[in-house]
Design a protein around this ligand. Sequence first.
Ligand SMILES: Nc1c(NC[C@H](O)[C@H](O)[C@H](O)CO)[nH]c(=O)[nH]c1=O
Ligand SMILES: CC(=O)[C@@H](O)COP(=O)(O)O
Length: 212
Amino acid sequence: MSTIKGISQTEFAFDGSGLRVAIVHARWNRVIIDALVAGAVAKLRERGVKESNIVIQSVPGSFELPFACQKVIAGSHIQMSGGGVTDLLGGLNLGSNSPNPASRTGTPAPMAVAVPGGPFDAVIAIGVLIKGATMHFEYICESVSRALMRVQLDTGVPIIFGVLTALNDDQALERAGLGKDGNKGHNHGEDWGLAAVEMANQTRRWSEGKFA
Ligand SMILES: Nc1c(NC[C@H](O)[C@H](O)[C@H](O)CO)[nH]c(=O)[nH]c1=O
Ligand SMILES: CC(=O)[C@@H](O)COP(=O)(O)O
């Protein structure tokens, strides 16, 4: 059956060659997660994002995704400088408890050494939530979606909502292109890779006041 659902990509072919993208994924329902991550990576590479600019991190479950995304974004803005770590997002000096060993030994620290790679232009948060017997699913779906929205608005870095909220295993498998009986479905990870490249490009343009 044909469907009107999905993103129209034909008129939007954004270039990913100058972008740095993080994928943060949960490990629950791993087979499905692996297919979604592979789909996202395939589209990032197809759009020209360099392998070295795709950083993949994992967390135990979807509930951990918002915290991890926030930390990953903050970490990519950090510069080591004399005596501490400077958060370039918030201008926060994180003090002598920093991972900079020089600040603990009294040895003069190197001046402003940028983290290799620089800040992330977009983050893709990937998780697979499948309804069980209790209210666990509802609480996690609600809190994770709200928190991911908050992290992107607070940091100004687009977060792609790659969290499947499925009522059963088959729904989740079909949305990862792993469906059975002639209905493989569609790998939504691919859409998330494309969405990341688009949002990263647009965020740069909009930040420079370019709308044409
Ligand atoms: N049931 C699912 C979970 N549950 C685990 C939580 O996300 C979390 O890791 C735990 O409560 C510890 O804080 N996670 C998923 O990603 N998918 C599920 O279906
Ligand atoms: C991790 C839990 O709290 C667990 O009991 C959730 O169970 P269910 O996924 O069946 O709702």
